[in-house]
Structures are given as structure tokens and as C-alpha cells.
Design a protein around this ligand. Structure first.
Ligand SMILES: C[S@@+](CC[C@H](N)C(=O)[O-])C[C@H]1O[C@@H](n2cnc3c(N)ncnc32)[C@H](O)[C@@H]1O
Length: 285
């Protein structure tokens, strides 16, 4: 399928009726995770259905990353080689960098300062002496190196960029990805850019994936579109003209875009208590 990023799709403007109220017309909510993930949940339940081998040592892309909570959590949990979060809202991208630095700081263990030269000279700080309070095989030095490595790594592994994925965003150095995730974003793209925008999204994802790569999709259900249909003038129009409904995304991705197989990876995750009762699908290129 050909992909033309320069297709002329207009930039949505907030609906006139609501122009004095701050409306998250792209689903670019501030504090999204404050109300989406229950405060009592330690981990976003969506992470529990993601498989290690899809991310470990892989180059990954997170479309619509918001404040980067999921992006950083995936990097930490699975050890991606790289993960790039893209979001249309520059404020969310700034928050994402802020969060990343905060998480790195928090996850760096506090290590006692280096011993003085005098102690070193007396041999107090050699490996045999310094292991007493550490796990076997760990020395203060190894722990120090490990923590600075981890800190450096997470900051190198995770990056964020502002960009409209369906219009003009291009990957750095024409990179391709092993795994692309797009969680709770399709409704916003669909409402703002219609069926054309949705097809552009899917086709661009397919193009950016390496052969054998995986696309993880969490589409919002059609009944949830109704309450957001007035967020922009474009959304109002698009809502009435949509012909591809979320139940049909799977067919489009397999039959028109060219993915070779799909799996519903959320059969084990259900219940509104978790805050995440939407199906998550994995597609293989
Ligand atoms: C509802 S949030 C979902 C955040 C995250 N993916 C998650 O599920 O936890 C949707 C995000 O998609 C972003 N978004 C919407 N349209 C976009 C586009 N065309 N390009 C990039 N990001 C977009 C919004 O700014 C928002 O942060």
C-alpha cells in the first residue's frame, strides 16, 4: 500500500462552542494517568500482557506517548535497546522528559560516598572488606558502576519527540522499529483526521516496522467516540462520516495493510476495576 504523508488533511481547531475552555482535542490530557490508572495500582495493568521478547534489546516506538509513563515503564521493565515516544502535544513531551529524569533519579540507589584515600591505603576498602553488607559478589564499586550505568542507559535508551504522527512526523535517520505500540490513540486520530487519518496511521506503522516486527494496538471502542465527538469542528464532521469502525480495524490491518497474523493478548485481562477493559491486539508484519 502506498503511503503519502503529504496528504492534505486539515489541522483540527477546537470547537467554537468550547473555545474558552481548555479541551484536550487530541486526548492530550494532563494528568491522564492520575485518573486512568487507579491510584492503588502499582503497575499499569497493560504492561502485564506485554511479552519480554517483544521489547528486550529491541528498537521500539510509542505513538501518542502522553507524559511518557508507559514509555519509561516499558524501557525499565523489558530493557529495550531504544524506545522513542512521540506525541502531538509539546507540553506532554516536556512532562515526559521531566518524568524520565525523576524516575532515573528515584531508581538510582543511594550509595555511601567513596572512602578516603587513607582508608583505601589501609586496605579497608578492598573487595573482601567491602562485601560485608552487600549481596554476594557485589562490591561498593560494582554497585556504583551499575547504578551510573543504569542511570546513563535509561537516559540514552528513552527519547521523546513532539510530532503529529499521521501528518509530518518522520523517524530520526529513517530508522525502522521492531515493536510499535499505539495505546488509546486511534479514537483521537480517527475523530480529528477521519478514516483517511486512520489508514495513514496504520500504513505508516506498517512501513516503519521491520519484517517480523510487532504492532501492539489498543483501540478505543466506538461507543466511547460519542462523548468526544464535539472536541473539534473536524471531529464533529468526521464522527458522522466514519465508515471504518473499531471492530473492523483487525480486518483492515490484515486484509488491506498487510499484517500476516493477529492475537488478542488481553483475554486474561478483564474487568473495569483495573481501569483497562479494552482489548489489546498484537499484529505481526
Ligand atoms: C489518551 S492518550 C494515551 C496515552 C498513552 N498512549 C496511554 O495509553 O497510556 C492519547 C495521546 O495521543 C496523543 N496524540 C493524539 N493524536 C496524535 C497524533 N496525531 N500524533 C501524535 N500523538 C497524538 C495525544 O496527545 C495524547 O497524549
Amino acid at each position: 500500500m502506498g503511503l503519502d504523508d503529504n496528504v492534505n488533511i486539515e489541522k483540527p481547531q477546537p470547537s467554537k462552542k468550547r473555545k474558552h475552555k481548555e479541551v484536550a482535542i487530541f486526548g492530550n490530557y494532563k494528568n491522564y494517568y492520575g485518573y486512568r490508572v487507579g491510584q492503588d495500582l502499582e503497575e499499569d495493568p497493560r504492561l502485564t500482557v506485554l511479552k519480554n521478547e517483544w521489547f528486550e534489546s529491541k528498537d521500539c516506538l510509542d505513538i501518542g506517548c502522553n507524559n511518557g509513563t508507559i514509555t519509561v515503564a516499558i524501557a525499565k521493565k523489558f530493557g529495550c535497546r531504544s524506545i522513542l515516544g512521540v506525541d502531538i502535544d509539546g507540553d506532554r513531551v516536556e512532562e515526559a522528559y521531566w518524568n524520565l529524569r525523576r524516575i532515573v533519579k528515584m531508581s538510582t540507589p543511594t550509595i555511601p560516598p567513596k572512602t578516603t584515600k587513607l582508608e583505601d591505603a589501609a586496605g579497608v576498602n578492598d573487595a573482601q572488606h567491602s562485601v560485608t553488607e552487600l549481596r554476594s559478589g557485589e562490591t561498593m564499586e560494582s554497585l556504583r558502576n551499575f547504578s551510573s550505568l543504569q542511570e546513563k542507559d535509561l537516559l540514552n535508551i528513552v527519547t521523546f519527540r513532539k510530532g503529529n504522527f499521521v501528518q509530518n512526523w518522520r523517524p530520526p535517520e529513517d530508522k525502522s522499529y521492531h515493536t510499535i505500540i499505539c495505546l488509546s490513540v486511534t479514537k483521537w486520530i480517527h475523530l480529528n483526521w477521519g478514516d483517511d487519518g486512520l489508514i495513514l496511521l496504520f500504513a505508516k506503522i506498517w512501513k516503519l516496522l521491520q519484517p517480523g516486527g510487532i504492532f501492539i494496538l489498543e483501540p478505543q471502542p466506538w461507543d466511547s467516540y460519542y462523548k468526544n465527538r464535539l472536541v473539534s469542528e473536524m471531529a464533529k464532521t468526521n464522527y458522522h462520516n466514519i465508515k471504518i469502525f473499531p471492530e473492523g480495524f483487525q480486518e483492515v490491518l490484515l486484509d488491506k495493510i498487510g499484517f500476516r497474523k493477529v492475537e488478542n493478548i488481553t483475554s486474561s485481562l478483564s474487568g473495569s476495576k483495573s481501569g483497562f477493559n479494552r482489548p489489546i491486539l498484537a499484529f505481526w508484519k
